[in-house]
Design a protein around this ligand. Sequence first.
Ligand code: DLL
Length: 423
Amino acid sequence: MIWDRRMETLDRAGLQELQEARLGWSLGWAKGRVPFYQERLKGWQEGMNPLKVLADLPFTVKADLRENYPLGFLAVPRQEVRRFHASSGTRGNPTVVAYTEHDLVVWAEVVARSLAAAGMKPGQTLHNAYGYGLFTGGLGLHAGAERLGLSVIPASGGSTERQVKLLVDLAPDGLACTPSYALYIAETLSQMGISPNEVSLTTGIFGAEPWSNGMRERLEAGFGIQAVDIYGLSEITGPGVAMECVEGKNGLHVFEDFFLVEVINPQTGEGVEPGIVGEMVLTTLSKEAMPMIRYRTGDLVSVNPEPCPCGRTSVRISRIHGRSDDMLIVRGVNVFPSEVERVILSQEGVSPHYQLVFEGHPSRPDLVVELEEMMPGALDGSGLTRRLTSALGVRLGVRIMAAGQVPRSQGKAVRVVSRIKED
Ligand code: DLL
């Protein structure tokens, strides 16, 4: 189902016209209200071509937000803010983001579109196991679900056995959570003696972390559902920046009437052609409380402008290949955890719980993939090591662990850990 047919199927010329008008507004708004942008946008005047002006502007990066912590990017008086969220931030200050009433309406709208694109229909029920609180997943999905006319079970993360009971007793149609938590829920179901395909679910709305098609197949088979990918980030709004449609399941539609997408070469900052992987840069087109102009997301994607069978006219981004700062360097070779996942989950008998562990001497650490087998004796460790080594071009170890030994996730999975012993 297409939630806002007029906007989501707008022809490209109409969309570009709308983007230009909204971008002009956004540049003027940011220039007039955010000191950080005032200087950068001093050359911007109404009547200029906003797309041309944008192309010459410097990028906004995460460090800019950190330096202006907490509210240096706030573009409205405090009394007009209706909500704050914050991203966890593993180092230093978290990133605080703010929303006006209008921002919350737009956010609910794009999440409603996303849930409809996943196949959810008004009157159905969504079990929302994204964390509620400062993280945008819980409240973001919640408001969009209500906007679409769903009933919501605000389960949040954790207390997995209780979640399973609710999944059985309240018979929801959709499950929203990280793909790694969905795996944990599936595992808990079977530990409680319930076959995952005995539950009523038809749809999984999974995102907030990278996941592969191999993981999708496991989740779809495990729950008997259609699983689709939802993308977003707090700095831009939260979940609902881009969404995979259940008809295509091949890339995520960017809601381009609200977010302008560019993909750049992360080294040079130049734009790259469709189909080429680069770093996604996003500009908000309607955000009042905290406009973001050319924000470098760190997320690596390619853009696909081809029409989609679902009828939506927006461009699609590929699933997130990883973040530029997730990239591991192993003996001089670049390795993305998501690539490791793709290789290991293409093998039968590998359970989808895995972690990448750095160990050994600090000057020459080894990377070992710790994983579990579906059944004792199901895996040939040396065959898997050979496959990983040839697919990634670097020697990685494989350690087969006893069932349940790889830590489970209740939110965003921790894929990389260090056990390097300092001298
Ligand atoms: O993770 C928002 C969200 C909530 C998205 C619920 C989807 C569902 P942050 O905590 O600010 O916001 O983290 C944003 O998470 O830059 C990506 O690196 C990663 N990410 C988000 N969605 C996906 C996805 C939320 N579908 C950061 N695939 C982003 C891969 C994702 N990575």
